[in-house]
Design a protein around this ligand. Structure first.
Ligand code: SAM
Length: 249
């Protein structure tokens, strides 16, 4: 089943890569959540070695390159995303080291090497979160930092009915499901917070920050309407995205 999911998701991301060029990238972390400019979770990246898990078109890597990071590494399951990222970063004057591979295996990334490993709306695609956190832990130096963002676990459970929110899902339902993105079928997982926190602890991480916030624009009644799923009506009452910053002990 896991191989089937990875194959299907790779094909889908290859098909939609061009439409997603430059979206969901730093300083943006996710949906209606404060940006890196406001949160400063990365701190000063000057001279640091960074690895982006699910690097997409490379825009977050460029953000760090522009802030002085010394090495830009990335991994992504989509061949098309990696082609786009390589082209975009080279045109921007960088020489990244990018791997076209699922995050669930190590395609040749060095151990005890990185200051920061991060993932902007990509880590949640993993079919094996336990293994993914263990791999990331191995890539990091001692005291290295993991930062990642994804859908808040409540998001899939809550529907809107006019201005009301209805708890309509099942928080315990964590089996993979399919949905359509731009006409392509993808598999995804809803995970509980314990499905992140407990594997992080087992992989040797201590959580330092959990961001559960909605940005000012959405709280004040603004915020561009994206869909019933990512709706500002929901964002006013609970965070649609979360960010975790954890340190390798
Ligand atoms: C929303 S995009 C990420 C954007 C990117 N983080 C950025 O900052 O520009 C999600 C990415 O996850 C990748 N992805 C999905 N499943 C994956 C997997 N199992 N292993 C590695 N990458 C995966 C997709 O190909 C896609 O490029």
């Amino acid at each position: 089943m896991q191989d089937k999911i990875l194959k299907q998701n790779k094909e889908a991301w290859d098909a939609i890569a061009d439409d997603w060029f430059g979206t969901t990238a730093l300083p943006i972390y996710g949906v209606f959540i404060p940006t890196e400019t406001e949160l400063s979770l990365f701190g000063d990246v000057k001279g640091k070695r960074l690895l982006d898990i699910g690097c997409g078109s490379g825009h977050s890597l460029k953000y760090h390159g522009d802030n002085g990071a010394s090495e830009l590494w990335g991994i992504d399951i989509s061949t098309k995303q990696i082609e786009n990222a390589n082209r975009f970063l080279q045109e921007s004057g960088y020489t990244p080291k990018l791997f076209n591979s699922p995050m669930e295996i190590n395609p040749g990334i060095p151990a005890d090497y990185f200051d920061i490993v991060y993932s902007i709306y990509a880590l949640g695609w993993t079919v094996d979160i336990e293994r993914t956190f263990r791999l990331i832990s191995a890539y990091l130096k001692k005291d290295g930092v993991l930062i990642f963002s994804w859908d808040h676990p409540f998001l899939s459970c809550v529907d809107t009915e006019d201005d009301r929110l209805i708890f309509n899902g099942n928080y315990f339902e964590t089996e993979p499901f399919t949905f359509q993105k731009d006409g392509n079928d993808l598999f995804a997982y809803n995970r509980k917070f314990s499905d992140y926190i407990n594997p992080l602890a087992r992989a040797g991480f201590a959580v330092e920050v959990l961001v559960e916030e909605t940005d000012k624009a959405a709280l004040e009644g603004g915020g561009e309407f994206r869909s019933n799923y990512y709706s500002p009506v929901k964002a006013k009452r609970f965070p649609l995205s979360f960010i975790i910053k954890a340190r390798k002990l």
